[in-house]
Design a protein around this ligand. Structure first.
Ligand code: SF4
Length: 455
């Protein structure tokens, strides 16, 4: 456990905005992208290589004030009568570009609230997916669900369609915190839903928590730790609240004065981390924890973890085909983001033109830097020799200025630098976004308002 002086000095020096590197280059570099990128990148997909599929289901009935997702608010289920047919058409048109049936090893449904959908919508989506894709025998099929909107039979139905992993957004269990962020929840209901998931045979149950919300204190956070000990999920995602009211205007409705201070925030994180480790979890990357035999836990331990828009993954830079409003795909080195607004999304699908909000075509140098940054973000280390070999470059020469900056981090006790590579220490793990940013060729220091603070 870090002492108070170390906590204060990390905050004083490193609590500044820096990317989370779910992509490299970051979305800030994305530019308008011509439709030709769709054909070019999809046609380069190799038939034998498994791919990943992401489907964005953007609807929510209620707006949580901390929300950072791309959401469409609606209380009317009729919006699905328009959205689902558009989504099915998008699946059809885009997979038609490939002259083979792609093999899927990962399928994830995110949102929004995916369980806003009716069961008939899920039937239609899965029928289309099984028509357009082949699934590998061990394909991971996962979904994010709001545990408060699950009518009887809903979880069982998703399970019967092939869903194997489920992630429940809980965020906090304290009534005062939940009220301040406009997210009413009944904790006994969440426990029942987790128990039902297990009984139905979901192989992995993940719980999302957020620290840094209004009214959270080191003391109040204890309730969340007890809740976790009680239900013992397979994985825990412990996210740092990103307060960016200039980007997400609804966050202004939160009482800023009640927000947790940076020092209290880091202490909550440290206490939660210590607690999870003491009850049998291992740390995975920056903000996840898993039981010892979990596949991500093993990958982090063995330094083979990877990272993409869906978060941590055991599978290296799979092409990711993404569908639905705002969804970002990554195919053959091209990032492609669908339109954020329903009107733009509808128009693209109806006309077959102007497909993207924006995107980015990676250069060879981008791919190299992406590999280094991903390795640091996912495994807290980078092996110079392995990456040099993979990209046929003399790593030490190519990255001489960057290695000099790693040496400064090492001198401050945040890492161990050798000729073979760099490995973050415990304090280095807290500031890994800063360490990874050393390899970001696009950081200018002027994009202060584009990213959340590092701690
Ligand atoms: S349920 Fe999730 S996506 Fe919907 S508003 Fe709340 S945080 Fe955002």
């Amino acid at each position: 456990m870090l002492d108070n002086a170390t906590v204060e000095s990390l905050i004083a020096r490193y609590n500044s905005p820096v990317p989370r590197y779910t992509s490299y280059p970051t979305a800030l570099e994305f530019v308008p992208l011509a439709d030709a990128a769709l054909l070019d990148s999809y046609r380069k997909c190799e038939p034998g290589r498994p791919i990943s599929v992401y489907i964005h289901l953007p609807f929510c009935e209620n707006l949580c004030l901390y929300c950072g997702c791309n959401v469409l608010l609606s209380r009317k289920l009729e919006v699905l009568d328009e959205y689902i047919p558009l989504l099915l058409k998008e699946l059809e048109v885009k997979t038609n570009i490939m002259e083979f049936k792609p093999r899927v090893s990962q399928l994830h449904f995110g949102g929004g609230t995916p369980n806003f959908l009716r069961l008939s919508d899920w039937n239609a989506i899965f029928a289309k997916l099984r028509e357009r894709f082949e699934f590998t025998a061990d394909a991971e099929i996962s979904v994010e669900l709001d545990p408060m909107y699950l009518p009887e039979g809903y979880l069982a139905h998703l399970r019967s369609l092939g869903m194997g992993r489920v992630s429940f957004g809980v965020q906090d269990v304290t009534p005062q915190v939940l009220e301040a962020v406009n997210r009413p929840q009944d904790i006994s209901r969440i426990k029942a839903v987790v128990a039902e998931s297990r009984a139905l045979g979901y192989s992995s149950v993940n719980i999302d928590l957020i620290y840094g919300l209004p009214h959270q204190t080191l003391d109040s956070y204890r309730a969340n730790l007890d809740f976790i000990a009680d239900i013992r999920p397979d994985r825990i995602a412990l996210f740092s609240y990103a307060h960016v009211p200039w980007l997400k205007h609804h966050q202004r409705r939160m009482d800023e004065k009640a927000l947790t201070s940076p020092t209290e925030k880091l202490k909550i994180y440290l206490a939660a981390r210590a607690h999870f480790l003491s009850v049998g979890y291992e740390q995975i990357g920056m903000d996840h924890f898993g039981l010892e035999d979990d596949s991500l836990t093993r990958a982090f331990r063995e330094k083979t973890l990877h990272r993409n828009f869906m978060g941590y993954t055991t599978q290296k830079t799979l092409d990711m085909l993404a569908f639905g409003t705002s969804a970002i795909g990554f195919v053959s080195g091209v990032y492609m983001q669908n339109h954020l607004k329903l009107s733009g999304y509808r128009s693209a699908i109806e006309t077959g033109k102007n497909w993207f909000e924006k995107g980015y075509i990676m250069s060879a140098e981008d791919r190299l830097r992406h590999e280094v940054i991903t390795s640091l973000m996912a495994n807290f280390s980078v092996n110079f020799e392995a990456i040099g070999r993979e990209f046929s470059i003399p790593f030490a020469e190519h990255f001489a200025p960057e290695i000099a900056r790693l040496a400064e981090f090492a001198q401050d006790g945040h890492g161990i630098l050798s000729d073979q590579g760099f490995e973050a220490t415990e304090t280095g793990g807290f500031i890994i976004r800063h360490i990874a940013s050393v390899f970001d060729a696009y950081r200018k220091g002027s994009e202060q308002k584009a990213f959340s603070k590092a701690i």
